[in-house]
Design a protein around this ligand. Structure first.
Ligand code: SF4
Length: 722
């Protein structure tokens, strides 16, 4: 089981953290015991050497003692997962998926990916689903991350890239409104940018129902009732119009649709907005003033406003505020989304999303189908159409979808209405999971394949700024572990994907990236001008980065011309400065109106629940819950509640509380604090078992992004008597 370092370089390997979308740079050096040591990498501009505890302790999950090192196959005799050889395990997956395809049709086979997969893996998985399995039923957990911001960005700007500017612009703007984002817990090194903003005289405004560690550092904290961020943005736009703070020349020259949007905002009087949100009118006025007075300003959103059944319109309302005040597509101004997952940005660009082809192309676009089918060597008509979104796919397991291949995701913990999703997963005819650890979802599988992780493989990710990065292999994988690319290669050979499946599913990540470049060429997320060599030399390249136009073919044969340096596209750190990515180059206002949450409090469920993260755990906790240092810092779930609510319940600090929604019940100890509204409780969602927060959450979906309403539902809270 022990890995050998033979043949690996003993010097420093510069690479990136496996966790969040900041993709902090770090150096790895071989350490005794066949693992690596993390050290500061000051040359990477995003985190400038800083790392949070998750990044510093990431090598702990490389330890064979906590990760999988052998395929596991469910024994027909005992029902337990038992170690197996690779060939037998792969045969069993091919047989399981193939039997479903033969018996029920290709769409009865589902594929579920992850926002942590490298670009190469996400690309290969999307291609595998459509070319080898022939199924339309593929989506990924990134749907649960930033899909509402993506949908709103495409609607307004014609393009979705989390941040349309680099993080380094933040300290130089005049004001940032941070909506439903808590980088102090989710990506601590990013907090420096906001501290520098304040040092430079700028203003930080935080909108969050909780007084988080980030909110504590703000100049102004607005604590709206959960699920009312849309009304808040409308109220601010109303004030901006009423106080004559709009930028009429900008609206005229760079936007369309203002009149309807203005009319919608004027229906949201500040006093009405105060009643909906609980944010006092004077605070609204002060926010509008602070946002409009400086020459430049930004709005940044995260999961708070996005993970709602009206998330697209909520983000759209904040974009409207930016557009009305001329704060988009101008230097040091704009709207951006702080993407959460490690490759949440790249993962949504290259084809594991239900409606997408590589290069952020639309699966319904005939030209896009022709281009990508040409790269894949298949008939465009053979490509399936769009499939179900993530929650809808999970909800169809065991009925329309009979078998599932799952890669890098743990929906038993991370999906909304998780008990129902777990029950759906258990009802599958066949489940195969590729993961580095035996997650709660992997534990339900028929076959589990142990795969390589960040420090053991090379590949690219795209961080929240749209900066494509090279993660480098620093040590060999332990014996018994293979890469996801090898898995897809082997399954393609077994399931057949037309002639020569081996060639179509290369196992070398650079070879996959070269194909991805061609597939993305000419698409919105054009990577064709990016190479591994450039990524290694340039510390990342911002997309779009098209390849230089090919030289005209000479009349007489001549050596292929070498592109001069001047022909190399520099990448695009800042988008929209000249025009937006719409047909007419103008940004589009979207008239939106406040609407209620999918579930509002009533006599039976009188309290609002909101969920989120803590600094020492990451997403479903599958990896970080296996790290002693992180567990010591964040050992388990809790219910955060206001002293007034605690008093009503007769609950003291640490008392076990049951939080009950229409979907189930979760139990965790009380954490009493005035940092939360009295009408709201908060639970982190990193844990399984009786403290699983997603047992409670609501699966109502946004009509455009298909994002579930993770951020707000109605619950009742009860003390648990022993
Ligand atoms: Fe890793 Fe994110 Fe922490 Fe940076 S902030 S070290 S990328 S988890």
């Amino acid at each position: 089981m022990r890995r050998t370092l033979d043949g690996m370089q003993s010097t420093v390997t510069p690479t990136h953290c496996p966790y969040c979308a900041l993709q902090c740079g770090m150096n790895l050096t071989p350490a005794p015991g066949g693992t690596v040591r993390v050290s500061e990498r000051a040359d990477f501009p995003v985190n400038r050497g800083a790392l949070c505890g998750k990044g510093r302790t990431a090598p702990a999950v490389l330890d064979p003692g906590v990760r999988l090192t052998s395929p596991l196959v469910r024994s027909p005799e005992t029902g337990a997962l038992v170690p197996a050889g690779w060939d037998g395990a792969l045969d069993r997956i091919a047989e399981g998926l193939g039997r479903t395809r033969t018996g029920y049709g290709a769409d009865a086979v589902g594929v579920f990916g992850g926002g942590g997969l490298t670009n190469e893996k996400a690309y290969a998985l999307g291609k595998f689903a459509r070319v080898v399995l022939g199924t339309s039923q593929i989506d990924y957990n990134g749907r649960f991350c930033m899909s509402s911001a993506a949908a709103a960005g495409i609607r307004a700007f014609g393009l979705d890239r989390g941040l349309p500017f680099p993080l380094e612009d933040i300290p130089r703007t005049g004001c940032v409104i941070l909506v439903g984002s808590n980088p102090a817990e989710t990506m601590p090194p990013a907090l420096r940018y906001f501290a520098e903003l304040k040092e430079n005289g700028g203003t930080l405004i935080v909108v969050d129902p909780r007084r988080t560690k980030t909110a504590e550092q703000a100049d102004l904290h607005l604590a709206p009732r959960p699920g009312t961020d849309l009304a808040l943005a409308l109220g601010l736009l109303h004030l901006v119009v009423a106080e004559g703070r709009t930028d009429e020349a900008y609206i005229r020259e760079r936007t369309t649709g203002w009149e309807e949007t203005r009319a919608a905002a004027m229906a949201h009087w500040p006093e009405y907005v105060e009643r909906i949100t609980g944010v006092p009118v004077p605070l609204l006025r002060e926010t509008a003033r602070l946002f409009c007075e400086p020459e430049a300003a930004m709005v940044l959103t995260a999961r708070g406003p996005e993970q709602q059944a009206k998330g697209t319109d909520t983000v759209g309302a904040w974009i409207n505020l930016c557009l009305a005040t001329g704060r988009a597509g101008r230097p040091l101004s704009g709207y951006g989304c702080l993407t959460g997952q490690g490759n949440g940005q790249g993962g949504r660009e290259h084809g594991q999303k239900a409606d997408q082809l590589p290069g952020y192309r639309k699966l319904t676009d005939p030209a896009a189908r022709r281009h990508v089918a040409g790269v894949w060597g298949v008939d465009p008509d053979a490509l399936p159409g769009p499939g179900r979104s993530a929650y809808e796919l999970l909800d169809a397991l065991g009925t329309d979808i009979r078998s599932l291949l799952l890669m890098g995701s743990n929906p038993v913990v991370s999906a909304p209405r998780a008990a129902h999703v777990e029950e759906r997963i258990r009802s599958l005819d066949f489940l195969a999971v590729c993961d580095v650890v035996l997650s709660e979802t992997a534990a339900l599988a028929d076959v589990v394949l142990p795969v390589t992780q960040w420090a053991e493989e090379t590949g690219t990710t795209t961080n929240l700024e749209g900066r494509v990065l090279l993660r480098r292999r620093a040590l060999p994988a332990p014996e018994g572990v293979r890469s996801d690319l090898e898995v897809l290669h082997e399954l393609a050979a077994r399931l057949g994907g037309g002639p020569s499946p081996e060639k179509r599913f290369p196992t070398d990540p650079e070879e996959v990236f070269e194909e991805l470049r061609r597939a993305s060429a000419g698409g919105p997320a054009d990577y064709s001008g990016i190479s591994y060599r450039r990524l290694a030399e340039e510390n990342g390249v911002f997309w779009p980065c098209p390849a230089p136009e090919p030289e005209p073919t000479p009349v007489a044969p001549a050596p292929a011309p070498v592109a001069a340096d001047s022909a190399v596209h520099p990448g695009t750190p800042r988008l929209f400065l000249d025009r937006f990515a719409t047909e007419d180059g103008r940004a589009r206002f979207a008239p939106v109106a406040h609407r209620a949450n999918a579930e509002e409090p009533d006599d039976d469920y009188p309290v609002l629940l909101t969920t989120g993260r803590v600094v020492a755990q990451y997403q479903s906790g599958a990896q970080t819950r296996r790290v002693d240092e992180l567990n010591a810092a964040a050992p388990g779930p809790f219910v955060e509640l206001h002293p007034r609510l605690a008093e009503r319940l007769g609950a003291a600090e640490g008392d076990p509380l049951a939080v009950v929604s229409r979907r189930g019940r979760a139990v965790a100890p009380a954490r009493i604090t005035t940092a939360i509204r009295p009408d709201t409780v908060f639970m982190p969602f990193h844990w399984a078992g009786e403290g699983r927060a997603n047992t409670l959450t609501h699966p109502a979906l946004d009509p455009t992004s298909r994002m579930p309403e993770f951020k707000v539902c109605a619950v009742r809270v009860e003390t648990v008597r022993s």
